[in-house]
Design a protein around this ligand. Structure first.
Ligand SMILES: NC(=O)c1ccc[n+]([C@@H]2O[C@H](COP(=O)([O-])OP(=O)(O)OC[C@H]3O[C@@H](n4cnc5c(N)ncnc54)[C@H](O)[C@@H]3O)[C@@H](O)[C@H]2O)c1
Length: 353
């Protein structure tokens, strides 16, 4: 029977993985450590399984006598506005927490880590294979995230090389879907929040920058297979994502068709926003045969819009105190994208008044 630790298990992807881990019959104990920086206990509130133990705290400060057969380290914000606001905390979450958590791995245990396509920086080749070494600016505004993921990868692959530790590293490309924060601040979530509130979808620059968006159920299925389900002999980093490349403008246009009355507005480009991102999935297809991020973005975006709508309705109808207390209480730690959510609440309250 296995003891498993998930760092960042109250977040978007972590909580989906927790749901899947709890389906395992060989699981004795599942410990989640999460400091609720970008995650929320709401993501785990539906779980009644006594094997789950949730600890609120930073992964880099974890104290326990337990040793884990598997450690899944997802504890880091993924959204640029969130990680850019607190670079030291971001570096700690990726570098210091990786170093620290390795101490809690049982002999023969496995350490799984969610790295990112941002290790490729603003790539000079497309699509990006795992062998591409990246074009990253170590002094740029994204460096706390990009470079701390690169350093964490170095720590893990050196632990594998020098100490023979079983390491699984995925480089995730953009993921979206239910349980994304309403104030996440990335393109798809911003567009969805704006479509449901102000009705103005902000496209930065000309919108021709491309991304490859993977729907959460597909991506988490790939993670489950790679982290614990399949027998894997591959030892390197693995790109996981959708290789259908779509421009930010196309996504915005599509969302305006789902939210009649909404429209696109343009704003100046974001500094060092990568111009393109698309995974080369050749290795992935060999390691996880049959796996595809099959959900078309049109379907995934429509499902996510529905979830955003339900979340907003829930926040509006939840029995909380009136006035400013309600605004603050319903957005724990207001984030960079929260303005439109707050605007929506104010507007709705004045409509209800
Ligand atoms: N979602 C994506 O598109 C994407 C893309 C590439 C990589 N990733 C990686 O996947 C992982 C999960 O991303 P996500 O989208 O679920 O993000 P998320 O922000 O929803 O989840 C991260 C979780 O980690 C927690 N956390 C942050 N720092 C912590 C710390 N020091 N100690 C304990 N908990 C901490 C947060 O509170 C949150 O619950 C991250 O490592 C991220 O870098 C995600």
């Amino acid at each position: 029977m296995k003891k498993v630790l998930v760092a960042g298990g109250a977040g978007f992807l972590g909580s989906h993985l927790v749901d899947r881990l709890l389906r395992r019959s060989d699981l004795e104990r599942l410990v989640v450590i999460d400091n609720l920086w970008t995650g929320t206990l709401d993501n785990l509130a539906h779980i009644r399984d006594p094997r789950l133990q949730v600890e609120v705290g930073a992964a880099e400060d974890l104290v326990t006598d337990m040793r884990f057969d598997e450690i899944l380290h997802l504890a880091s914000p993924a959204s640029p506005p969130w990680y850019m606001r607190d670079p030291v905390r971001t570096i700690k979450a990726n570098v210091v927490a990786t170093m620290h958590l390795l101490n809690f791995l049982a002999p023969g245990g496995r350490f799984s880590f969610t790295s990112t396509s941002e290790v490729y920086g603003d790539p000079l080749i497309s699509p990006q294979p795992e062998s591409y070494r990246g074009s990253v600016d170590c002094t740029g505004p994204r460096s706390s995230y990009d470079e701390s993921k690169r350093c964490a990868e170095a720590l893990l692959f050196e632990s594998q090389r020098v100490h023979g530790i079983d390491v699984r590293v995925v480089r995730l490309f953009n993921v979206y879907g239910p349980r994304t924060r309403l104030d996440d601040g990335r393109a798809v979530s911003n567009f969805l929040s704006q479509a449901l509130t102000t009705g103005e979808l902000t496209v930065y620059g000309d919108g021709l920058q491309t991304r490859s968006w993977g729907y959460v159920d597909d991506i988490v299925e790939g993670l489950e297979r790679f982290f614990w389900r399949d027998k894997i002999s591959y030892k390197g980093p693995l790109n996981v994502g959708n290789d259908r490349e779509i421009s930010v403008l196309d996504v915005a246009r599509y969302i305006t068709t789902l939210a009649p009355g909404s429209r696109i507005v343009f704003a100046p480009p974001i500094p060092q926003d990568p111009t393109n991102r698309r995974p080369d999935l050749t290795v992935m297809r060999g390691v996880l045969p049959g796996w595809e991020a099959a959900t078309p973005y049109e379907e995934g975006v429509a499902k996510t819009l529905q979830w955003f709508r339900e979340q907003m309705e829930h926040e509006l109808t939840a029995p909380v105190a009136p006035g400013p207390v309600r605004l603050q209480a319903s957005v724990k730690r207001p984030g960079p994208g929260s303005a439109s959510v707050l605007a929506m609440r104010k507007r709705r309250r004045s409509q209800l008044a």
